[in-house]
Design a protein around this ligand. Structure first.
Ligand code: SAH
Length: 247
């Protein structure tokens, strides 16, 4: 009888402990994989970004910090830190990590900068900017992508990133002028409203060209005029209007 009671008492102790651990790992995810993703981020920064010449410490720190695997579709999380763009659904892609770092560094941002991004996509580039700047205004034309990015950025507490669903060709005049503008979809020409919404002395980086081939153009506004320089050949998805016509 005493052995039976001991058995029952042992069960009363063991079962809740087991349940607790099961629940704990269910809620926190696999701790090893979080560590593994962190290592992959370190490798990504070292071999894809620093090795190609990006040196801005704040950009490198942001790339080390933002969990890119949370921004890609879950079935592609294993490839989140690979040296390539990835599909986001709706025929859109998240840029290669190096391009995100390169474009961010080119803008020479500081903690007080107010930035406009056109093409929110997954929200990843916006999160990287949010780590570095005072505020980020980002516009996405595909409803579903914009809403998904908005929720994720809220969960991750990027309270300085503001997402709007709309046509980024027109910019966001209510919050203009911007210290910097980053465009992550490609028009065939630089949108006039974006030129106007850039502050004097501000920088814009934008891919310009046809569907399969564009030049990344870095511009600086001096005495009201834009001085431009082609910096890299790239391939971004086209900038489109609400009827999906290319700009
Ligand atoms: N910066 C994103 C990737 C952008 S992919 C990231 O970090 O994930 C390019 C995005 O631009 C797509 O989501 C596409 O829907 C969007 N886009 C295309 N034309 C647009 C427009 N006129 N205004 C706003 N977004 C646009």
């Amino acid at each position: 009888m005493r052995a039976f009671c001991r058995h029952i008492l042992a069960c009363l102790y063991v079962v809740p402990c087991l349940l607790f651990f099961l629940l704990f790992f269910h809620c926190t995810g696999n701790p090893q994989s979080t560590e593994e993703f962190k290592n992959q981020r370190e490798q990504m920064v070292k071999w894809q970004i620093e090795a190609r010449g990006v040196t801005d410490k704040r950009v490198l720190d942001a790339m080390r910090k933002v969990e890119r695997h949370l921004f890609v579709p879950s079935e592609l999380a294993a490839y989140a830190y690979a040296d390539q763009p990835l599909p986001l659904g709706y025929n859109q892609t998240i840029s290669q990590p190096y391009i995100v770092a390169y474009m961010t560094e080119a803008l020479k941002l500081n903690p007080g900068s107010k930035v406009l991004e056109i093409g929110t996509g997954s929200g990843y580039q916006a999160a990287v900017l949010g780590e570095i700047c005072d505020s980020v205004f980002t516009i996405e034309i595909v409803n579903e992508l914009g809403n998904k990015a908005k929720s994720l950025l809220k969960v991750l507490r990027y309270d300085n990133v503001f997402v709007k669903i709309g046509d980024g060709y027109k910019g966001w005049p209510e919050y203009a002028p911007f210290d910097a503008i980053i465009v992550t979809c490609a028009p065939t020409h630089v949108p006039e409203p974006l030129k106007e919404q850039l502050v004097e002395g501000g920088k814009m980086i934008i891919p310009v060209g046809e569907t399969n081939y564009q030049q990344l153009i870095l511009m600086i506004k001096k005495k009201g005029r834009l001085i431009q320089q082609a910096v890299l050949p790239v391939r971004f998805v086209p900038m489109v209007d609400k009827d999906k016509n290319k700009y």
